[in-house]
Design a binder for this molecule. Structure first.
Ligand code: ATP
Ligand code: FE2
Length: 352
């Protein structure tokens, strides 16, 4: 089956100049970040603070308190180093999905600031922001997207003015799985980068390593994925005495192969030749290499933005806010409430 779509172009987005800066505020979960984008869509630096729980997962109320404590300092730093307030044309914020208490801090800061300097307010979809910052930065026109973060793992394509989810995790996000595995080994959040480092060390010290004795369950279910079985099986391998770096390597090989398989099938079904990676797990060099290999074997191409734009950041929120302002309309105050369960395909995509 081939789903035909018209190929939009990022070019038209950049040829429109807003004549000023859009500020973006991110506060969906562990990160509070304020960043910006200029009038033609070039993202600036984000100033960020991260919740790093010593043990256990993120507590929404504690994370919200952290964001409230850091918001003023972060805004001051942005305005002293990066942005002149009189250049600001709009304030964008993550409206969802995310943790309610955390989202409400970002939304409150955004409303106050927009009111104070009398510019439009724009509520944006965090998942769509991960996509659009990559599309703008990598010059992809009409890619299949592999959005791999802590809370989300989705394979997406644009169809009829929405980003449609063609496949997704049925249980936990891939980053969440890596973080939980790492936490059980005493590695603090975020665990993904440390798992990557251990896996790389294992492979460089054991270049002829095979997956014999390190097999994990198959994580693909049709076009969907599931990672909790992988997590339990990997924890069992460590308990049975397998070296931790070897298990990290196997975990990455299995989990990433599953994502790449679904992404490849989506490219074939949707008749698209570009693959775009987004979300925090897209920082992983092994995942980047596997995606590049798959795309080139199909005669296509794989793209990923700079690492600081893959993890949650304010500039990606500003990037999407600018597009929404150029091609749509601002968010009215009485529509600016947060949406914890906002889905990727709920947001109309009006821009090229
Ligand atoms: P979302 O709300 O989009 O799910 P998020 O809250 O998970 O976002 P992100 O910053 O997009 O936040 O992603 C964070 C995740 O990325 C964490 O799970 C972290 O372990 C993972 N991660 C970051 N760097 C790497 C890496 N090099 N390899 C693997 N995973 C990584
Ligand atoms: Fe994210």
């Amino acid at each position: 089956m081939v789903i035909a779509t018209s190929a939009p172009s990022c070019e038209a987005n950049r040829s429109r100049d807003l004549g000023g800066v859009v500020i973006g505020i991110e506060s969906t979960a562990h990160t509070f970040s304020i960043g910006w984008v200029d009038g033609v869509g070039v993202p600036g630096k984000s100033v960020s603070a991260f919740v790093r729980p010593v043990e256990g997962g993120i507590h929404p109320r504690e994370a919200a308190d952290h964001h409230a404590q850091h918001a003023g300092g972060i805004l001051r730093e942005l305005l002293s180093d990066e942005v002149v307030l009189s250049d600001v044309k709009a304030i964008a914020f993550s409206q969802g999905p995310g943790l309610g208490p955390c989202l409400r801090i970002g939304a409150s800061v955004a409303r106050s600031l927009a009111f104070q300097i009398d510019v439009p307010l724009i509520g944006v979809n965090h998942c769509v922001a991960h996509i659009e910052v990559g599309r703008e930065r990598c010059d992809c026109d009409d890619p299949v997207l592999l959005y791999a973060s802590g809370g989300n793992t989705q394979v997406i394509a644009r169809l009829d003015g929405r980003y449609r989810v063609l496949g997704e995790t049925l249980d936990i996000g891939i980053g969440n799985m890596l973080d939980k595995f790492a936490r059980a080994q005493g590695i603090p959040f975020p665990g993904g980068p440390k798992v990557e480092k251990l896996a790389m060390e294992w492979l460089s010290e054991n270049p002829d390593s095979t997956l014999d004795g390190l097999e994990l369950p198959y994580a693909v279910q049709g076009m969907d994925l599931a990672f909790s079985g992988l997590l339990s099986a990997a924890l069992n391998l460590v308990e049975k005495g397998m070296p931790l770096p070897a298990v990290c390597w196997s975990l990455q090989e299995h989990a990433f192969a599953a994502c790449v398989e679904v992404a490849e099938r989506a490219m074939a079904h949707a008749g698209k030749s570009e693959l775009l990676l987004g979300g925090g797990v897209a920082c992983n060099d092994k995942l980047r290499a596997m995606c590049a290999g798959m795309a080139s074997s199909r005669g296509g191409s794989s793209h990923v933005p700079e690492k600081f734009l893959c993890v949650d950041n304010g500039s990606m929120i500003a990037t999407l806010g600018r597009l929404q302002l150029l091609w749509g309309s601002p968010t009215a105050l009485d529509e600016s409430g947060v949406k914890q369960d906002l889905r990727t395909d709920e947001t109309p995509i009006l821009w090229n």
